[in-house]
Design a protein around this ligand. Sequence first.
Ligand code: AMP
Length: 505
Amino acid sequence: MNIAQLLVRSAQVFADRPAILQGDRPLYTYAEFEDRVARLAHFLRDGHGLDAGERIAIFMGNRPEYLETLYATLWAGLVAVPINAKLHPREVRFILADAQARLLMTSSEHAADFTDPSEPLAGRCTAITCEGPAYLQALRGQRRKPVHRLPDDVAWLFYTSGTTGRPKGVMLSHRNLLTMTSCYVSDVDTPDERDAMVYAAPISHGAGLYGFACTLKAGRHLIPASGGFDPDELIALSRAPGRLTLFAAPTMVKRLVRRIADSGASPDGFRTIVYGGGPMYLEDIREALDVMGPRFVQIYGQGESPMTITVLPRHILGDRDHADWATMSASVGYAQAQVEVRIADGTGHTLGPGEVGEVLVRGDVVMLGYWRNPGATDEALRDGWLWTGDMGSLDARGFLTLKDRSKDVIISGGSNIYPREVEEVLLRHPAVREVSVVGSPDPEWGEIPVAFVVAEGVEPEALERLCLAEIARFKRPREYRFVAELPKNNYGKVLKTTLRKMLSS
Ligand code: AMP
């Protein structure tokens, strides 16, 4: 089944319910939303002579057109390639080429980077601006019927940076997305039509993936006027229209909680706050519960098993009197309903309770593989299990505690930064001989990147300029430490654990 059928059903049965809100202003009912999607689907597919399975990239901030473009792409049997709106144009061009995208749906804010005739996009890719005449014309054009899709047809290419520094396209099928949505409504939250799902985090990632659950229940999709995360705006929206549900990275939760505590605002208009994507410290969840009450659910997932590996539900997080509250709340909870989780050693043997090994995941939510990357796919999917790269242990009751990441990904404010990518950029400076980037704990961002550099005669400012010219701003190191040499093991591999220790000494 095509996941866009969730919209078909909601528009048919609940035609007059509000579907899309911008700030507190209702924009479209379900019938109107569906109509726009059906016309855009015709424009995207028939208007451009595309075949089923061709890729449409979406590169814009959170806005109503994002949702209609995403649903229209799926409706038309095409594959959506949502791209993080914070990425550098060079990074976007890499993804467009790798995904062999035929269209880039963007907004006027970003269009100039992709419409310069002297720098055409790879392949036969064309950029379309959602405020432009072609898009507006499409909304008055013909409708098309939703295209039937098989469970294993690709629906969404989720680009995640690889440890090689090159982003990899995680192939998520219609079955993956439907399973994720079904796990959401069974384990994470049970939304109804009165709830408003707020896109305070990027639609290109977790928040957008969770949006399918809102469509399933014919709830309200709420796009903040700011398009992003602003605690004061969220507090105002919690008063009207209220009943907010949002997915937030731990950094965002912290900032929201602090703002509510400082302003004395009521938390009652927030129904559910789902957090995940990075570690949340116990002290922070304790404070969040003190200030806002039992409105929190933690999830653990990764692009390869989207939003869906384990869940720590609100009744456990909220049960402060339970003898094991602290241990349970420091864990990431237990396996979601349609997911199997086990801990294995390097050879794949299952480890017992309390033993630390790699987290392995199996189920219908696990990706099909990496797009055009069989080598990486074979490494991640072995014997029917996804090797997550995360280290952890299960207790006797099935609660998973994450210990460390076997990959060296830095998670800063909920966004992943892959050190190798930053290192490659820094190494382009002629004075830089060696470099290694590690995450340093930070109370505000969770982690921030710090670069250890072996170089002579170079100022941090020059390295900063280089990074800003090549990669997204959030990936640049916040600190440079110049050292005579990098610590290495016998095989010449840099010892990142030693570097991390140097940060704390
Ligand atoms: P991504 O693929 O960008 O969603 O990043 C996924 C990674 O984020 C996982 O492999 C974990 O390392 C980390 N992560 C996700 N959820 C949690 C969580 N609840 N607690 C700690 N780390 C998490």
